[in-house]
Design a binder for this molecule. Structure first.
Ligand code: ATP
Ligand code: MG
Length: 511
């Protein structure tokens, strides 16, 4: 993927997006326009059903390559780049050796379910909400803390090495920043509040590691990075094409998209359609507890300003279901073909596809669920299934927006969307139909990188304030609802019936 827009002579801000399926680097100009892009996919490693890993060394090599290539495509040098920002797949967990820089194991990816039994055990007699008051999160295999514990328990000799202070933990932001700023040669071991809020080890109210939880989770404090704001200079790049450039932001990818969509006011929300789908609503300085299955998380923190919180609805499988149709089923050969195939029929033919591949995330948090295709008859074709695939994303969003309305009391007036799946017109129309609300997409659909760039630019004074960033937001497309209320209600009911059928598939002793 390349994009070259007309741009002035700079200066520029660069952003690295270390995502679940790929790493990319984008160079932006002062108007928030894309100057150049480079992107590289990395291997998805599935050692067992439910297990998902990444090779962190491969990822770091890819990051260096995409940075070098994006800078080259832009035809600029380090001197033209005022700062670089980092955004990343969240929760994916890595431990590495401080002295050699070598990972001690593959990174355990957020989708991985190997800690399901451990999470149950950690819940003790309290259950899933044991740490919710402190962390805003239910005990689920999704989060990083239990993954750290699993590694310490399962990699031979690791706990002893960790206790001797030889091992560092980080989500991918920490790994990338540590390497960028020198690695074994003085690299900075830091994370930002948004990433830390997904470990289940940080207290949302103090923004510090929670000693009691560390003790319960048996994670030694020696491995932990320092928690910093999302927009400040952590250090300078050491070596490579950006030698000397300040590393000035870090945000989990979904929080970065919230920032890139300029959702700076309380009540503003966005939904990002990539591998999974994540809707976040800015709740200002309020930590809103969810009673409807949403997460409470940190939205962002700019330098020494107060942190801004968010409510989040997380959906594990959306774009990855399209990938699955392509790679595992072979029913399409490109992701875009799902639209062509789905458009060849009028409706879903009675079929509903609930992709509970990693259990169900929001609003259910059920690790015992697994995927189902319900409503099959001899009538159903692959085109109907393609339609059910797209509808799955729309209905999962509907469940999240319903929960959001319940928890926040704010009715959805319009949904700001972004991410790779938003290029699918049929999906966007279906989304508007099932939400019964307008769906709007901005000019720059790469809001994840844009958000990281915005935060880095604010940190170094490249942009004066968030108002300047708001002025860059431009609407590119809008879809409005045109589905009959009666049909919507019937279809929603059917969808919920299909969801019920995913539950309880995994028996307790199987997990
Ligand atoms: N036209 C399309 N219709 C439906 N899905 C699509 C389409 N184009 C891309 N996708 C899906 O969107 C996803 C890619 O979107 P995007 O590039 O935003 O994700 P990503 O940011 O790379 O994900 P991650 O950050 O998790 O690596 C893929 O899962 C792909 O299957
Ligand atoms: Mg992404």
């Amino acid at each position: 993927m390349t994009a070259t827009a007309s741009h002035g002579t700079g200066p520029f801000i660069a952003a690295i997006d270390q995502g679940t399926t790929s790493s990319r680097c984008i160079v932006f100009d002062r108007d928030g326009r894309i100057v150049s892009v480079d992107q590289k996919e990395h291997e998805q490693i599935f050692p067992k059903p439910g297990w998902v890993e990444h090779n962190a060394t491969e990822i770091w090599e890819n990051v260096q390559q995409v940075v070098a290539s994006a800078i080259e495509k832009a035809g600029i040098t380090a001197a033209d780049v005022k700062a670089i920002g980092i955004t990343n797949q969240r929760e994916t967990t890595l431990l590495w050796d401080k002295n050699t820089g070598e990972p001690v194991h593959n990174a355990i990816v957020w989708q991985d379910t190997r800690t399901t039994a451990l999470c149950k055990e950690l819940g003790r007699n309290v259950g899933q909400d044991r740490f919710r008051r402190e962390t805003g999160l239910p005990l689920a295999s999704y989060f990083a803390g239990p993954k750290v514990r699993w590694l310490l328990d399962n990699v031979e000799g690791l706990r002893e090495r960790a206790e001797r202070g030889e091992i560092l933990f980080g989500t991918m932001d920490s790994w990338v920043i540590w390497n960028l700023t020198g690695g074994v040669d003085g690299g900075h071991h830091v994370t930002d509040v948004t990433n830390a809020s997904r470990t289940m080890l940080m207290n949302l109210h103090t923004m510090e590691w929670d000693e009691k939880i560390l003790e319960s989770m048996e994670v030694p404090a020696t491995v932990l990075p320092e928690i910093r704001s999302s927009a400040e200079v952590y250090g300078q790049v050491k070596g490579g094409v950006l030698d000397g450039v300040p590393v000035a932001s870090a945000l989990g990818d979904q929080q970065a998209a919230l920032f890139g969509q300029t959702c700076f006011a309380e009540g503003e929300a966005k939904s990002t359609y990539g591998t999974g789908t994540f809707m976040l609503m800015n709740t200002g300085d309020k930590v809103i507890n969810s009673y409807s299955g949403l997460l409470t998380t940190v939205g962002y923190q700019i330098g020494d300003k107060k942190p801004v919180y968010a409510l989040e609805g997380s959906i594990a499988v959306t774009g990855s279901l399209v990938q699955w149709m392509r790679d595992q089923m072979g029913l399409i050969s490109t992701a875009a073909e799902i639209e062509t195939l789905a458009s060849s029929v009028e409706d879903n033919g009675g079929a509903y596809f609930v992709p509970a591949f990693s259990g169900l995330f929001a609003p259910y948090w059920r690790s015992d669920a697994r995927g189902v295709i319900a409503g099959l008859t001899r009538y159903v074709t692959k085109a109907h299934i393609a339609r059910a695939v797209l509808e799955a994303t729309a209905w999962q969003t509907r469940e999240i927006t319903d929960a959001m309305t319940k928890d926040s009391g704010v009715e959805l007036s319009a949904l700001k969307v972004d991410g790779g799946m938003t290029s699918n017109n049929l999906l966007m129309q279906t989304l508007s139909d099932v939400l019964d609300a307008p769906v709007v997409r901005p000019m720059v659909a790469e809001t994840t990188c844009l958000g990281a760039a915005y935060a880095a630019g604010l940190a170094v004074g490249f942009w004066p304030d968030t108002d300047a960033l708001r002025a860059n937001w431009r609407r590119a497309a809008e879809w409005t609802p045109r589905m009959d209320a009666e049909i919507r209600d019937r279809e929603y009911k059917n969808w919920l019936k299909a969801v019920e059928r995913t539950m309880g598939w995994i028996d307790e002793d199987e997990s």
